[in-house]
Design a binder for this molecule. Structure first.
Ligand SMILES: C[S@@+](CC[C@H](N)C(=O)[O-])C[C@H]1O[C@@H](n2cnc3c(N)ncnc32)[C@H](O)[C@@H]1O
Length: 474
């Protein structure tokens, strides 16, 4: 049972549109959320995923605003996060309304995404929307994912890696810096802002126990500073989506109006009333989506889409270029060697629209669109680590195997995949000629690398990814 305080209920009563009732708001806030997931199309098609999971008892109910999103039901009691399919990144457990901002950002225009497209996700962790955006970009172009909290950057990186994202650069800043460091650089920006989280009451019944409107002032000031920074970092003609899981006008509409008061006619509010069938039910007069829990039986959410019509003045000087970038481009001969290693050992063709870079003995794959940004800001991590050079040859990195498709893999059954994810070797029924490094897969999607020794597959899963428990469907 959710714990509301009277101040909160009074504020909702003031804000609730006239076609919605307080009784419904309270009833839905007390209802458990429907379980929803998003299929990771970087690894599997929606149809193949539905086919795979239907055999395991899942039932799928499409989420109208996300073609990869589904409410699911399933008769088996299982910890979804511990299933093989989750650990190998076939799906992300994500609340349905949280799938709205990336859909609004691209609004059916994913065909326009090229190797030059630059997207910024300003407040990214744990990465549900970052990985959704990377899926919509099909790993093309550049996605800069920023997160202020150091511990949450680690979770973000783990999720990006699990989902096979290769076009991402991670940064770790207070996102107020983007307007100054990367002025008018991005085609699209998502600001999924830190907020009071009032919309999440269905997940956390205590979320609003001590709600006090006066305590939101600091959050609102941050939101206003962040949206200004986002608008400065946006190219002319680009789009910005501002979203929160807060319900109050102060954290939502007022922040967007603040932006307009600062940048005037350069700011255009785009109506989201036709984003999906019945989107108008949640539309404000400005065209923003204010999703109350009872409208689509979801968490509360707010989404605004803003276009930048004209250039604005830079507010701070361009900072001096930073030196000491530790990566260097790789010579053509070495690239050819690395390409042969990937092709001959794993059947993997390295993508042509990416740059191979070197740091000491490490080889990395960078998205090409990062090049003009080097030195303008410090990046925590760019692209994916491909391999380490050994005295003779190379040693492939796990994240490369998760992100780059291969046509030749050894497919494991449920039991074998469980053994592999628990860090154990897998015995082979027949002894054959040893084959060296091989990719092992489940449902034709890679799990990682093993060494084929003839009678067994020696486990090469990185130790920090080894699990104590894997949930198998009966
Ligand atoms: C609503 S959550 C983001 C959720 C994320 N977009 C997702 O979909 O998984 C807001 C995030 O902003 C981060 N944050 C807080 N203050 C920030 C700031 N000044 N700059 C950048 N990020 C900030 C928080 O640590 C938190 O991870």
């Amino acid at each position: 049972m959710a714990h509301f305080n009277q101040n909160f209920l009074d504020s909702i009563e003031r804000e609730l549109p006239s076609h919605l009732t307080m009784d419904d708001f309270i009833a839905y806030s007390n209802k458990p959320l429907r379980l929803s997931i998003r299929v990771n199309t970087l690894k599997i098609s929606v149809d193949s995923f539905i086919e795979l999971m239907t055999t395991k008892g899942w039932q799928f109910d499409p989420i109208p605003w996300c073609s990869e999103g589904f409410w699911i039901s399933n008769n088996v009691e299982i910890q979804l996060g511990n299933t093989i399919e989750h650990l190998q990144g076939l799906f992300y457990i994500q609340e349905a309304s949280s799938m709205l901002p990336p859909t609004a950002l691209f609004e059916g225009k994913t065909a326009d995404i090229t190797a030059d497209t630059r997207v910024l996700d300003m407040a990214s962790a744990p990465g549900s929307k970052t990985t959704q955006i990377a899926g919509l970009m099909e790993n093309k172009g550049l996605l800069v994912a920023n997160e202020y909290s150091a511990s949450r950057v680690k979770v973000l990186h783990a999720n990006i890696s699990r989902m096979g994202v290769s076009n991402c650069a991670l940064t770790h800043f207070d996102a107020r810096v983007f307007g100054e460091y990367l002025f008018e650089t991005f085609d699209s920006i998502l600001l999924d802002a830190p907020c009071s989280g009032e919309g999440t009451i269905r997940k956390d019944p205590d979320a609003l126990k001590n709600w006090d409107n006066n305590e939101n002032k600091g959050i609102v000031d941050t939101q206003k500073a962040l949206i200004e920074s986002a608008f400065l970092a946006l190219k002319v003609g680009g789009s910005l989506v501002y979203s929160t899981c807060a319900l109050s006008r102060q954290e939502n509409q007022d922040v967007c109006h603040h932006l307009k008061s600062v940048f005037g006619d350069a700011v255009e509010f785009m109506s989201l009333s036709t984003l999906f069938p019945h989107a108008d039910k949640a539309c404000t007069k400005e065209g923003f989506l204010h999703v109350w829990p009872q409208i689509y039986d979801s968490e509360g959410f707010f989404v605004a889409k803003i276009n930048k019509l004209t250039a604005v003045e830079r507010q701070q000087e361009e900072p001096r270029k930073q030196k000491n970038f530790p990566f260097t481009p790789v010579k053509a001969k070495q690239i050819a060697e690395l390409e042969s290693y990937f092709k001959d050992t794993f059947g993997i063709t390295l993508p042509k629209d990416a740059e191979i870079m070197q740091r000491d003995l490490e080889y990395w794959l960078f998205p090409k669109a990062i090049t003009p940004l080097i030195g303008k800001m410090r990046f925590q991590r760019i692209g994916i680590k491909l391999a380490d050079a050994l005295k003779k040859g190379y040693k492939v990195r796990h994240e490369a195997i998760l992100a780059l498709p291969s046509p030749s893999m050894i497919n494991l059954n449920d039991e074998q995949a469980r053994e592999y994810l628990m860090g154990r070797d897998i015995s082979l029924a027949e002894r054959i000629k040893p084959q060296g490094e091989v990719i092992v897969s489940y449902a034709n999607v890679s799990l990682g690398v093993a060494k084929h020794l003839g009678n067994k597959l020696k486990n090469n899963l990185p130790r920090d990814l080894v699990k104590d428990k894997i949930a198998l469907y009966p």
